[in-house]
Design a protein around this ligand. Sequence first.
Ligand SMILES: [Fe+2]
Ligand SMILES: [Fe+2]
Length: 236
Amino acid sequence: MRIAAIGDLHVNESMTQPYRALFSDMSEAADFILLCGDLTNYGKSSEAEVLASDLAAATVPVIAVLGNHDHESGRPDVVKDILTQARVRVLDGGEAVELEGVGFAGCMGAMGGFGRGMLSAFGEVTVKTFVQACLEETMKLETGLRMLRTDRAVVLLHYAPITETLEGEPLEIFPFLGNSRLAETIDRFDNVKAAFHGHAHRGVHRGSTPRGVPVYNVARPVLAAMDGPAFALMEI
Ligand SMILES: [Fe+2]
Ligand SMILES: [Fe+2]
């Protein structure tokens, strides 16, 4: 099975069919299309409509997670509804999808930092609330992975599970680009063969979890800076 993946499309309403050709190309190259969040620029329904129209060119199943930009207008549910009507499987509540023997689980993920530098639920109520929200978002990935019965599973995220794919981003903002609880969750499930994320526009394409699961940063600017097609293509 081949997977074509990209994130950070950042569609805005002034664009005219920005990704129609891309979705057509991805459909020809792969059995599944993965979209790793920041699909719209400000989370507006008008932006989601532009994307939904282009998605008519996709002829294989499309699985997606939302990104922080898709939340900006405070209506991620509207973005999700519009994409769902365009036949996209949006994973945002701990659900999972099994298609042709491959399992897909994912969530937006969250910020929070990595390893010993992770923010912990200590002190002010606001800090505890923030950490709890990050934990709950990460738990959705675990919930989804637990539901899968497939030998092969693929993880979709927007935020990064490791720091390796963040190299090139300013070190000061690493804690805002992801958290390592996501990687701990991935590593608890033997069937996970690959994980995809976006968000880190200036990061690098490839890394791996501590257990060795390949992690791909498929943010569009990262892929654009590489030789080859506009999207990532993987065999699973
Ligand atoms: Fe982005
Ligand atoms: Fe983002």
